[in-house]
Each structure stands twice: as C-alpha cells, then as structure tokens.
Design a protein around this ligand. Structure first.
Ligand SMILES: [Zn+2]
Length: 492
C-alpha cells in the first residue's frame, strides 16, 4: 500500500474543467471486444452465482512534465478515486489502490498522442492491476481505454468529485461499449431523417427493441443513442436532441448512463445488463484481478474529533524553519493528506503533502507569521473521508537549522550503554565554546550536570552511567545557538 512518501507539491494547479468543452469526451472509439460478443452469444456460459462486492486493484500513475511539474494534486487524486467508487457502488464493484502512486516525469506522456500513450503504458504498466495514467492531455480526450495495452489514460481536467470520466473508462476496461457504438466520429448527422440500418458496419438500434440483442451495445436495457459528442441533458436526464430511428420513430438518448456522452451532471449509473456484463468480465476474463482477497478497512472519523497534538491551536512556535505537525493516529488510516495554508481557507495552498505517519516536519515556513493546516485521512480503499480538523499556529524567529546541522554531527556511542558504562559523545563545533551538558531522567529529574570548555572541530567527551538505574534518559547539550537533545538508554 501507499507508504513512505512525503510529496511536496506546489498547489498551483488550475482546474482544467473550464476547457473541458473543447476536449473530446472519450478516445476509446468503436470498441466491442471478441469476449463481449461471445458473452452475448453464450450468456449461459457466464452465469455468476454471487452478488458479493468485487474489489479490484488500481495502480494510479501521476504523470508530470520532464521537470516534475503539472502533477494532478493529491487531494484531487483522492477525491476522484472517491467518485470512482461512488459511481460503481450500485454495481457492487469497488476499487482499491494496489500500491503507492507512481509518479512519472515525462513531457511526452504528460501531453501525449496515442503512440506516445502506448509507449507510456508499455513502459509503466504493472501486472494484475488496472493501470490508470493521469495526464494533461490523453490524445485530446477526457480519457481513453487502450485495448492493446490494457491501460487507461485520464485527463486531469476531466476528473474530480463531479466527473464520471474515470468510471466511464473503467466501464470500457470491463468490456462495455458506448450505447451509441458505431456512431463514434459521426458528427454531421441529420437526426430528423430516419437513421440507416447500419452505421460503420454496426446495426443501428431501433426504439421498438426488435434488434436490441444485436444492435449497438447489445444491451436491451440501454435505449437507442446516436450521439457521439458531449451533450447536455434536460430535467428528465434525456437529450434535447430528438433522433429518428430507421423505422421513423423519434426518441431522446438516456443521459443517466455513464457510458453515454451526456455531461457529468446527468451521467450517474450503469444499467443492470451492463453491470452483469462487467461482473462476468471480471470473473471469467479477468480473474487475476480478484485472485488475492482484499478486505476494506473503514475509517470512522468524527469530524469534531480533537486530534491535533502539536502545535497546540494558536500556539506561538519559537522556531520557523523546523516546525513539526503532530496529530493523533486515525484508526485504519494508512495515509494522511496534509494541507498548509497562509490564510484561514485552503483555496490557495502553500503546500500539500501525503504522509504515512501522523506527523510531518515543515522546513519551509517563514519567520513570525501565522499558518493554517488540516489533515485528511485515507487508505487504499477509503478516500471519501472529510478533512478531520484544521488548526493554526504562528512561527517564531529562531532558526533550528543551524542547531540541526550540529545535531547531525552529534554522535553518541554506545547507546544503549550497559549499567556502569560510559557514553562516548562527539560533536562538531565551528568555534571554541563552553558547552553545558545535562542529563535528565524520563520524569524530568536532573541526574547529571557539567560544563566543559571545548575547542573547535570534532570534540569528544564521556558521560558515565554510574549511579543510574536502567531506563531512558535525555541528554541535553547547551550550545550558544540552542539546545540539542538525544535519548539515551541504560540497560542492565
Ligand atoms: Zn468511451
């Protein structure tokens, strides 16, 4: 699962949805696989006996430019994944992230044509998972499924909490054609005239249902649809465009179908027959995807939960270049999205991070100013949990970095030390100084105190553990630039 990556991303991404009108909805084209036709011709061979939720692994690839710019922001990835699972909820098909997100820096993939996209998938596909690449432009489309590479490319401007693009492309991945299959690319049609019997070699579906078994997408519970461009629906989720079938009967397309090209406001469902086909496809054609059992872990988060541990709300932190944010573990969260802002709202972020533990150290804050931050837990499956808290603190003017640099040079050996032994302590000093050395027991008791005049360069001295019982102690070194602390242990 997702682990050990703290990504630093500038949140300067501007929603691409304003441009979505110019983008072709889907580049999958006229797609009806051999398996799909076999399924329709021999449904008796594809009986599935269970309605259990099928959990499918997804590998998310986040593609940026050669310089590492333009990534789809983590919050957007998480929200889009949430929407994907919502769109599939009524199918009892759900998705989980099989591994950490794969970041790819390649401008030719970021804005690609089909050939470059094919190369991207050949190079990066992970087996036994659904490979989804989030890019700037997948060959000018909102998305496409490549049957040749068995991968999905998605336009970051066509994703998010209100878009069904991801669900649409996974519909293709699980064998579904468009309800208007055959009409792809037919953009100069006079819908007042009766449609021909065939379009691009595909039977044209009639309103009376007489050929729904063979025509178009071969589903009888998806009504005729000849619209292969993005269209808006009316109050009844139907197209405004009236079309005429080969019998001369007029009809409007069903915009509630995710596999149609209706806009995101109306696309919301798969039909029962579409769901049956997808579930059969998973169990008979793609059993590798469900070979390893997945048990979802649910995050139960109370929005009013007080989870911030440090800095305390409104705390004035003394340092500015080393501030550690710390919050309580949220049960079943494997990762946290952390947002840091200079203003009390999170619309224009300083930065966004994904971490696998419940703390994060910031080294990029400015002196003497307020910051706001909030945390959203998620895991491989659950990505719909709200931000659990937001808090504010102010930075001080003390730099911790110069102390930190010395701290990295601070060495204690051996640690733990056995009772009666001595710690050998060495540190690097840029100039000769008096150094205070104190040792505290874990309950705060001072158990040792000394002061030494040390020269410049690497300096060494010892601290004896005689008279100390076993347990943990805190060593404190008082330097002109600040204090260093180390945990020391005494063992029996
Ligand atoms: Zn499509």
């Amino acid at each position: 699962m997702i682990k050990n990556y703290a990504l630093l991303l500038l949140a300067l991404w501007v929603s691409g949805s304003v441009f979505a009108q110019d983008i072709h909805p889907c580049g999958t084209g006229d797609y009806r696989s051999e398996w799909f036709d076999h399924y329709h011709d021999h449904k008796e061979l594809y009986r599935t006996n269970s309605d259990d939720t099928l959990y499918l692994p997804v590998q998310i690839h986040v593609v940026g430019t050669d310089e590492g710019g333009g990534y789809f922001p983590p919050k957007s990835v998480i929200e889009s994944f949430c929407k994907l699972n919502e769109d599939f909820a009524h199918s009892n098909i759900q998705f989980y992230m099989s591994d950490e997100w794969n970041y790819i820096n390649n401008s030719n993939y970021y804005d690609h044509n089909f050939q470059q996209g094919s190369q991207m998938m050949a190079q990066n596909n992970v087996s036994n998972t659904i490979n989804c690449y989030i890019v700037l432009s997948p060959a000018g489309n909102c998305g496409y499924y490549s049957p040749g590479r068995d991968g999905i490319a998605l336009n970051k401007g066509c994703l998010g909490l209100y878009s069904s693009t991801w669900a649409h492309e996974i519909g293709h991945f699980l064998s579904l054609p468009h309800p208007f299959v055959g009409w792809e690319g037919e953009d100069d049609v006079d819908y007042d005239e009766p449609a021909p019997n065939f379009v691009n070699g595909r039977q044209v579906e009639r309103v009376d249902g007489s050929n729904c078994d063979d025509a178009a997408d071969r589903f009888c519970d998806t009504s005729p649809d000849y619209l292969s461009f993005r269209w808006n629906c009316n109050m009844n989720d139907s197209s405004n465009v009236l079309q005429t079938d080969p019998n001369g009967e007029t009809f409007r397309s069903d915009g509630s179908l995710i596999m149609s090209y209706s806009n995101d406001a109306c696309a919301k469902r798969f039909s029962d027959e579409q769901i049956d086909a997808m579930r059969a496809n998973i169990q008979f054609q793609r059993p590798n995807l469900i070979a390893s059992a997945f048990i979802p872990q649910l995050i139960t988060s109370d929005a009013s939960l007080e989870v911030i541990e440090s800095p305390a709300p409104d705390e004035m932190v003394s340092t500015f270049d080393e501030v550690t944010l710390d919050w309580e573990d949220v049960p079943n969260a494997s990762n946290y999205l952390v947002q840091v802002s200079r203003i009390p709202v999170f619309t224009l972020l300083l930065e966004e991070y994904v971490v696998s533990s419940s703390e994060l150290t910031l080294d990029n804050l400015e002196e003497d100013r307020p910051y706001w931050w909030r945390v959203k837990p998620f895991n491989a499956y659950e990505s719909c949990v709200e931000f659990i808290d937001s808090s504010t603190f102010s930075t001080g003017t003390i730099s911790n970095i110069s102390i930190l640099e010395q701290a990295t040079a601070l060495k204690v050996f051996p640690n733990p030390v056995s009772q009666g032994g001595a710690w050998q302590i060495s540190l690097q000093l840029s100039q000769a100084d008096r150094v205070g050395i104190r040792l505290f027991a874990i309950d705060g008791r001072l158990v040792f105190s000394d002061e030494q005049q040390l020269g410049s360069g690497r300096q060494e001295f010892t601290v004896s553990s005689q008279a100390l019982s076993d347990g943990m102690y805190i060593l404190e070194l008082n330097l002109p630039k600040g204090r260093l602390h180390r945990k020391l242990n005494v063992t029996r």
